[in-house]
Design a protein around this ligand. Structure first.
Ligand code: PNW
Length: 446
């Protein structure tokens, strides 16, 4: 492969999320989140793991910022735990919670690392879930108030903001598939929650912009490029329906004022709770689009599935990470190309991309995770190729800085560039971390 080069101001970073690393789940006035409740209940998370301590980042953030500096990161994407700021989701600000993020931002800036803040990475205040969570329209007001509060408090130092992390996961996966809290299995409710999340994204954008302090505000979607199982027209149409719900359901309404068509039968907006005037309210001219992408989906037409008329096909003999996700570097290239073509001119950040492999320190303390380096080489090479062909990609954030609480998989899956011994909290930079450090220093790789 020829040498891959990036522009001088390209924002290289890593990403994390509050519940996955912070711990200190009930310290300094923090309220209970839905993930606290969910992980504390038996049977929801592998091995009974919880985020009570996680990577203890709440207490070790200085050590962790020092690690980031050692890696030469230019950017760091992290999320704010809403229940640290508003313990019950609304009301008075908990200043001790806010102080933590003030200290973290200052520590990052002192290390010359640009913060990129995600406002919501799934840890909803439990008190709001008790009132219906994302299925209750009142959350639009509470969320946008919280978003505006953070822009006001940190906007003097923080330029880049991500409103949501993967709304498809916290609405569709949580209300329809039931695999994340609140663990419901109600298709109609889940679709209504997804529309409310879209209203909340757009309103938060307006409130943040009104502070005059939030210059670069976007949102981050979970995406998997859909490849039709065959060249046939039916499979290609099925792949488009997959794309509509999985990839752009939380983008198309904001940027184009319409919902795409994910179902076999035409979508009736009233059925997903669209009220008069909503399709104007849902619009927001985001400053950028954030793409989280790990793998692809191969999609076939399926008459037997009455909603979307499709099924995912498992590719035989494919290379897979320990999550079971297919390694398919071209998927990031093709998604960036598609998004750049469909939303011309919008800057793109790859806000997450990475892989789970459990390589641990050997007798010499070396973590030889060559498969992770290969993964990154392939996917980042795809980013470079898309950029060469004109895609406006401004930054790339590897998922993730360090091994952490991987949601329902607990500590059993390791995505980090840094190994964490969860018993001692000792951090060890993996070979992939050293490789990433060199890539950033050279602004490219061979
Ligand atoms: C992301 N998919 O979720 C999350 O933002 C992270 O918090 C998480 O730790 C990371 O991926 C690894 O799981 C995903 O459908 C959701 O391919 C969906 C998909 C991938 C990642």
């Amino acid at each position: 492969m020829p040498r891959v080069n990036f522009p001088p101001d390209f924002l290289w970073g890593t990403a994390t999320a509050s519940y996955q690393i912070e711990g200190a789940w009930d310290e300094d006035g923090k309220g209970e989140s839905i993930w606290d409740r969910f992980s504390h209940a038996e049977g929801n998370v592998r091995n009974g793991d919880t985020g009570d301590v996680a990577c203890d980042h709440y207490h070790r953030y200085k050590e962790d910022v020092a690690l980031m500096k050692e890696l030469g990161l230019r950017g760091y994407r992290f999320s704010i735990g809403w229940p640290r700021i508003f313990p019950s989701g609304k009301g008075a600000v908990n200043s001790k919670g806010l102080d933590f993020y003030n200290r973290l931002v200052d520590e990052l800036l002192a290390a010359n690392i640009e913060p990129l803040i995600t406002l919501y990475h799934w840890d909803l205040p439990m008190a709001l879930q008790d009132q219906g969570g994302w299925a209750n329209r009142e959350i639009v007001e509470h969320f946008s108030h919280y978003a505006g509060t953070m822009a006001e408090a940190l906007g003097d130092r923080v330029k880049h903001w991500v409103i949501f992390n993967e709304p498809a996961v916290f609405t569709l996966a949580a209300y329809i598939a039931g695999i994340h809290p609140p663990g419901l299995r109600d298709g109609a409710l889940g679709m209504r929650a997804s529309h409310i999340a879209n209203l909340a994204q757009a309103e938060a954008f307006r409130v943040m912009k009104a502070t005059g302090k939030a210059s670069n505000v976007g949102t981050t979607l979970s995406m998997s490029s859909a490849y039709p199982a065959s060249d046939g027209e039916e499979d290609r149409a099925a792949a488009e329906r997959f794309h509509a719900l999985t990839n752009v359901w939380f983008l198309e309404p904001l940027l184009k004022g319409t919902y795409p068509q994910p179902f076999v039968r035409p979508l009736d907006p009233a059925r997903i709770g669209v009220l008069d005037g909503d399709m104007e309210k849902v619009r927001a001219d985001l400053d950028f689009i954030g793409i989280n992408l790990y793998t692809r989906a191969v999609v076939a037409h399926d008459e037997g599935e009455i909603q979307r008329g499709l099924r995912e096909v498992r590719v035989q003999d494919a290379e897979r990470t320990e999550m079971g996700w297919e390694v398919y570097p071209e998927s990031l290239y093709s998604m960036i190309k598609r998004i750049a073509a469909d939303y011309p001119g919008k800057p793109i950040y790859v806000t997450e991309n990475g892989c789970s492999y459990s390589d641990a320190p050997d007798a010499n303390g070396v973590v030889d995770d060559g498969r992770r380096i290969d993964y990154y080489r392939g996917y980042i090479g795809g980013v470079a190729r898309a950029m060469t062909e004109g895609a406006p990609v401004k930054g790339y954030f590897a998922w993730t800085l360090m091994d952490n609480f991987e949601w329902t998989f607990g500590y059993s899956q390791r995505f980090g560039l840094v190994y964490v011994d969860h018993a001692t909290q000792q951090r060890t930079i993996k070979n992939s971390g050293l490789w990433y450090r060199d890539l950033i220093a050279d602004n490219g790789f061979d």
